[in-house]
Design a binder for this molecule. Structure first.
Ligand SMILES: CC(C)(COP(=O)(O)OP(=O)(O)OC[C@H]1O[C@@H](n2cnc3c(N)ncnc32)[C@H](O)[C@@H]1OP(=O)(O)O)[C@@H](O)C(=O)NCCC(=O)NCCS
Length: 176
């Protein structure tokens, strides 16, 4: 995995050195309105992140996470993730979250666009998927801006506050 620079951001691979910063971002309760996030304590989270593979490239599988840092001060404002199942071939699933005080400026769009570029250019994936709750309008808008196409509903596709919920499914194919 590499650090991905954008105009206003740096997407920094999460490892032992910055897992604590990501954990702190994740404690913001408003991030849990439309998604369940890990409830483990900081030490457990750092251990989990340290156990993840750091090689990212064609043929890789696993879960890859980047901390989003904003501006020269490198303020942690959220994260983006990419999950590639062992049997999912050349397709992956993206995730993203940005703290409320950093929304509405196109920063999340900038981060996810960079993640999509990384997945196609460096990971050589051929397609990406995303899932979101129907009522998560901001997330739907972000996916639409980036070019994802809504293509269905996955029954009980996610869990929210411990209950299975239906999610909208989105797809994006790599440019030819
Ligand atoms: C989903 C989420 C990341 C979207 O964040 P966001 O701030 O709406 O997205 P952006 O940073 O791209 O900002 C978009 C807004 O900035 C505006 N904007 C300003 N400059 C922009 C630019 N250069 N590029 C794109 N949009 C820009 C857009 O017009 C848009 O405004 P609007 O909200 O009035 O329509 C955020 O709501 C979030 O983290 N939610 C909680 C976690 C979550 O639900 N994650 C997704 C689970 S599926």
């Amino acid at each position: 995995m590499r650090t991905i620079p954008t105009q206003r951001l740096r997407l920094v691979p999460v490892d032992r050195s910055n897992a604590q910063a990501l954990w702190r971002v994740m404690q913001s309760t408003e991030l849990r309105t439309y998604q369940d996030l890990p409830t483990m304590d900081c030490a457990q989270f750092v251990t989990l992140m340290s156990s993840r593979g750091s090689r990212f490239g064609p043929g890789c599988s696993g879960r890859f996470e980047w901390l989003i840092e904003h501006g020269e001060a490198r303020v942690p404002i959220g994260w983006v993730s990419l999950r590639i199942g062992e049997r999912s071939g050349e397709s992956g699933e993206i995730g993203y979250s940005v703290l409320a005080e950093h929304r509405g400026k196109g920063l999340a769009t900038e981060a996810v666009r960079a993640l999509v570029g990384e997945a196609f250019d460096e990971g050589k994936l051929r397609a990406l998927r995303a899932y979101c709750l129907p009522e998560n309008q901001a997330s739907r808008e972000l996916l639409r801006r980036i070019g994802f196409r809504e293509d269905g509903v996955l029954k009980h596709g996610a869990s929210l506050r411990g209950r299975a919920v239906d999610v909208l499914t989105f797809a994006l194919e790599a440019p030819r």
